[in-house]
Ligand binder design. Sequence first.
Ligand code: ADP
Ligand code: ADP
Length: 235
Amino acid sequence: MILEAKNLSKIYGGSSPGAFYKALDQFNLTINEGEFVGIMGPSGSGKSTLLQILGTIETPSSGELVMDGENVVAMKQTQLADFRREKLGFIFQDFQLLDSLSIKENMLVPLVLNKKSNQEMEERVKQVAAYLGIEAILSQRPYEVSGGQKQRAAAARALIHQPSLVLADEPTGNLDSKSAKALMELLVDLNHQEQTTILMVTHDPVTASYCDRILFIQDGRLLNEIYQGDRRADF
Ligand code: ADP
Ligand code: ADP
């Protein structure tokens, strides 16, 4: 399995008595390699907190977290930075592409940080750009392309270094329904073809319908979980 979280809790506040807030409460989660998992739940249910802990941006107050065979909770900051760079990919609602770089240069960032050779970088950009249908916009800047293209470029950047786990936070939140559908179909294809494991938070049931499995969380706890046989909704 690629991820195993046991009894993860996150308590915010606590500097003044009575100000504690349990954002995650003894949360358990196991994800197998190649799964596409969705997380849904009402606002304030702990989705962002969970994503931030799995993204090693936040540390849990207690509990265990093993990702790709590594005990993440025990790692020091420098080890965490290495782990994040090599093993994780992130997709955000607001794309978070760098406007001062071209789409291609944005895609290269994870490869440069992981010290790949020039040849490897060129080959991988070509391959991933072809997958995501963004070859024609590689030399453009993010502000010159559409929202759908921006998110496909951001997905390309998240996947390009073949991370063990991609964490997506509301990836379709800023897209129209057509671009959202196109993005989700591409993510499903990539999930199949490259066996990329994806964990995605979304409010949108249509977006969630593309997942193999959907977790519903409430008050920092797992409320329910559904598995989808034919995961691709045919609307
Ligand atoms: P969701 O993403 O499902 O909306 P969050 O994980 O953002 O939920 O928040 C869960 C709860 O934890 C909320 O009540 C939120 O206000 C609280 N919370 C989140 N981050 C912090 C923080 N840094 N400090 C204090 N409380 C926080
Ligand atoms: P989203 O709607 O994308 O889930 P949120 O509004 O829940 O985002 O949270 C945005 C950021 O603010 C997160 O980093 C979260 O940890 C932080 N945050 C949320 N609630 C609080 C809070 N009560 N106090 C401090 N930080 C918070």
